[in-house]
Structure formats: structure tokens, C-alpha cells
Design a protein around this ligand. Structure first.
Ligand code: HPA
Length: 237
């Protein structure tokens, strides 16, 4: 059923959707990794495509930046389009000392400073968690790739420019990296009984004042995409 944000028709979208923040990156992924991609959405420029990878139907759609934006798109994919799996593919800033530029982080859980969970009226603190099926498939696929990867807790922040400079406090609790979407995605998946995972490449180290070059981002992006697509194939079996 088309929504105010997505004019795909029922059946246009695959059971597994990869979600980069940038819709132009969704187009790049579709054109470079999928066989016979078809564009299903252009509303607000939030491009969505469906094609095949190794014979498995896969969609790729932009999420926009931040939890309100991925909250809308992922909720609609889960509830209006019967999507079963959403894998966020994006970038993160390193927080833990062990995490280096170009490493991959697989988000087992996503701490947050967002009030997204307030809607559930819980008498406590909810722990947004990745789906085991996707997490275990990604962990298995990562072993076969020539890359450094970490699996653990990430921090989904409402702010990119933050007055409180709190990253050192998150570091004390073993948090691996910072990004801005996974916690809301994990909560939507939990609430709708679906599956979600975030796979991230480390584009910068805010605590160390480092960032990757465009060329380095391109290489680590390819490894992340291979990992996400192999995960999509594995959970289809
Ligand atoms: N902060 C928030 N999100 C990010 C960052 C960051 O430093 N790097 C990549 N995504």
C-alpha cells in the first residue's frame, strides 16, 4: 500500500532491504551490485530499488539521516510492505580505542540518547538489540572476508554536533562507535516482530581527530556491501 513517503506498490519490495542513509548511495548500490534493478520509489528523493544478488531478491532504499527519518521508512517497510529484514549499511565514528579507521562494526545492540522508546511507555530502560538471525549470519560472513571487524554495542545519537562531548563517557562502557539511526531501526523491528541489523564502516575517529579519505571510504564501503549482501543471501536460505 503506497504511503505518504513511499509510492511502491505491494510486491515491489523484497523481503530483505539494505538501507544506506544517502538515497544516492542506494542508487549506486542498485546499479553496481544488483542484477536488473528497478526503481520503486522517488518520493522526496528517497530512492528505492529492487533487483537480485546471486539470484536472491534484494531491495535497497535510502533511510535519510537520524532516527526520526529511519523510523518512518523502516516502520512503513515492515508494516505496509511485509519486509522481513532490514540491514542498515552506513558509516560510524570510532569510540573504542580498539576500533580503527576503515574497520567494520556490526551493531549487536544500540545505546541511545534518543527519546524514541518513550512511545512504548515502559517502566524502565529498553535495550535496542539486533536480530540474532541477521547478526549470526553477518558474523559468519565476516569471518570469510579480509577485513577487521568488531561486534558489540554502538551508540545511536540524536546529535552530530554535540555540546556535551560525551563520547569519552560512552567509551568507558565499551561502546564501539557512534552513528545516528540503528536504535530506532532495532526498536521498530522489535515492535513489529521483524529483523534488523546495522553494519557500519568507520569513517572517522572523533576522539582522535582522524577521518578517512574518499578513496579509503570507497574500499571499506565495498567490504561492508559484500558483507551485507552475503548476509542477505544467508538469511534467504
Ligand atoms: N557522529 C555521528 N554519526 C557519525 C559519525 C559521528 O562522528 N561518523 C559517522 N557517522
Amino acid at each position: 500500500m503506497p504511503t505518504p513517503h513511499n509510492n511502491a506498490k505491494p510486491g515491489d519490495i523484497a523481503n530483505t532491504v539494505l538501507m544506506p542513509g544517502d538515497p544516492l548511495r542506494a542508487r549506486f548500490i542498485a546499479e553496481n551490485y544488483l542484477e536488473s534493478p528497478v526503481c520503486y520509489n522517488e518520493v522526496r528523493g528517497m530512492l528505492g530499488y529492487t533487483g537480485k544478488y546471486k539470484g536472491v531478491p534484494v531491495s535497497v532504499q535510502g533511510s535519510g539521516m537520524g532516527m526520526p527519518s529511519i523510523g518512518i521508512y523502516s516502520y512503513e517497510l515492515f508494516t505496509e510492505y511485509s519486509v522481513g529484514n532490514i540491514i542498515r549499511v552506513g558509516t560510524a565514528g570510532a569510540i573504542a580505542d580498539s576500533v580503527e579507521l576503515r574497520d567494520i562494526i556490526i551493531g549487536m545492540s544500540a545505546s541511545t540518547n534518543s527519546a524514541y522508546a518513550a512511545q512504548y511507555r515502559l517502566p524502565g530502560t529498553y535495550a535496542p538489540t539486533a536480530s540474532w538471525d541477521l547478526l549470526s549470519a553477518a558474523a559468519e560472513a565476516a569471518k570469510g572476508l579480509d577485513c577487521r571487524y568488531h561486534i558489540g554495542n554502538i551508540f545511536s545519537s540524536d546529535t552530530f554536533y554535540d555540546d556535551a562531548n560525551s563520547l569519552a563517557d560512552w567509551q568507558k562502557l565499551g561502546v564501539l562507535g557512534i552513528e545516528m539511526e540503528a536504535a530506532a531501526l532495532y526498536m521498530n523491528a522489535a515492535r513489529t516482530g521483524k529483523n534488523a541489523l546495522a553494519i557500519l564502516t568507520v569513517s572517522d575517529c572523533p576522539l582522535r581527530g582522524l577521518s578517512t579519505t574518499a578513496e579509503e571510504r570507497q574500499t571499506s564501503f565495498r567490504t561492508m556491501m559484500e558483507l551485507a549482501l552475503e548476509t542477505a543471501v544467508a538469511v534467504n536460505e
